[in-house]
Ligand binder design. Sequence first.
Ligand SMILES: [Zn+2]
Length: 443
Amino acid sequence: MKTGTQATPHSFRPECALDYMPVQELRQVQLNRLRAVVQRAWDRVPLFRSRMNERGLLPEQIRSLSDAAKLPFTVKADLRDTYPFGLFAAPMREVVRLHASSGTTGKPIVVAYTQEDLEIWTSVMARALAACGVQEGDIVQNAFNYGLFTGGLGYHYGAERLGATVIPASGGNTERQIMIMRDFGPTVVFSTPTYFLHIVDRAEQLGVDLRELPVRIGFFGAEPWTDAMRSRIEQAAGIKAYDLYGLSEIIGPGVSVECPYQDGSHIFEDHFLAEIIDPETGQVLPEGEEGELVLTTLSKQAMPLIRYRTRDISALMPGTCACGRTIRRMRRVERRSDDMLIIRGVNVYPSQVEAVLLEFDGTQPHYQIILTREQDLDQMEVQVEVTQKIFSDKVAAMEVLQKKLSDAMRQVLQTRVQVTLVAPSTIQRSEGKAKRVIDRRKI
Ligand SMILES: [Zn+2]
C-alpha cells in the first residue's frame, strides 16, 4: 500500500456525524421530512397532485414511513413529459442552478436546485468523500465531465468543502490526464470506471506506471460496474476504488457511498428514503431481497421527487456495517433493469459478459455486444479486445482463448454467443459512460 493519509475504517470525521445518528432519531427525521416533502409536492406540482387525487390520497394520510408505499411512483417519462420545468416546486427566482442529463432519445431531462438544495448536495458529497478518507491536504483530479452533467460540479464542491485541492480536469484528453497525474501528484481521482480503465491502458502504452504515482484512492460512479472491474482498477493503478452512487434526478452523485469496508453503499438516509420494489408488480420487497431501487428526496426544494423508479437493480442490506454507521447500506448497483437484453427469450445483462471476460487472462474489459437477427433468430456477437501479448502470439493461442470464452459465456448466459477477438485498442473508447450494446435487430 502507498503511504500518505489513509482512512482507517474506524476513524471518525466530524463531517460524517450524521451517518451515526441513533436509528430511532433517524427514522423520525425521515418521517418529518417525508410528510413535508409530500405536502410541498402536493401544493406545487400539478402532476403529483392529480396522481394523489386518482388514488383518493391526501398528504395528511402519510403518518408513518411505511405509508410511503401508498404514494404514486414517479418515472423517467414523467420528467420528459413535463419538459423542461413541469416538475419544479419552486419559482425560477429561487432556482440558482439547472442541470440536464443527456437522454439517449429525444429531449434531456432537466433538474433544478435552490441555494438550500446545493448546500445539501455539497454536504452529502463531503460526507461521502470523507467516509473514505479524503481530507485537507489531498489533491484531487476530477475527471468527471463539467457541464450540464451533474458529475463534474457535484464532486467538485464536495471535495472543496473538505479543503482538498481540486483539479477540474473534466473528462477526455487522456494524455493530459496522465500528464496531470504525473506532474501534479493527485492523491485522489474521480472518474467513471470505464474511462479510468481507458486512462490505465493509455498510461501502460506510454510506459507510465500508475502504481508508482501518489494517487491512492479513486471514486467511481455514473454507470454500473462489477467487483471484477474493481479488482482490475485496484491492481492496475495501485489504489482503493470506491463506489459513489447517485443520479441527476435525485440530486446527482451523493446518494450513497461505500466506506473503507467496501461492503455495500451507505445511503444518506436523512435526505433520501430508499425502497426496493418488485419491478413487475411495484410491491415493496423486504430487506435483503433484490429488486428495483426506488428513491424519494426528503429535503429537496426545487424539484422533489416522490418514489422515483431508478431502474437500478439493488437490495437493502440487513444488519449493521462494521464501520458503525447507522445509515443503511444498499448493494452496489451492477446492472439496471433498462440494460436487460432479451436474446432468444433469455434475459442477458452486459455485466454478465463483463464478469466472464474479467475471469480470463489475455482479454481486456473492453467489449461490445452486437445484436442482429438472421432468419428471425437473434444472434449475439461479443467483440472482445485481447492484450498485445496474446494478439502477437501464435494463432493457436487465440483460438484456444476464443473457444474458452465461448464456452464460459454459453454457461453463464444460457444462450449461444459468437465471440470475436479483436486487436488491442480497436473498440471505440468512451470518455464518459461506455456504450456496450449495438442493437441492429430492427424488424
Ligand atoms: Zn460501513
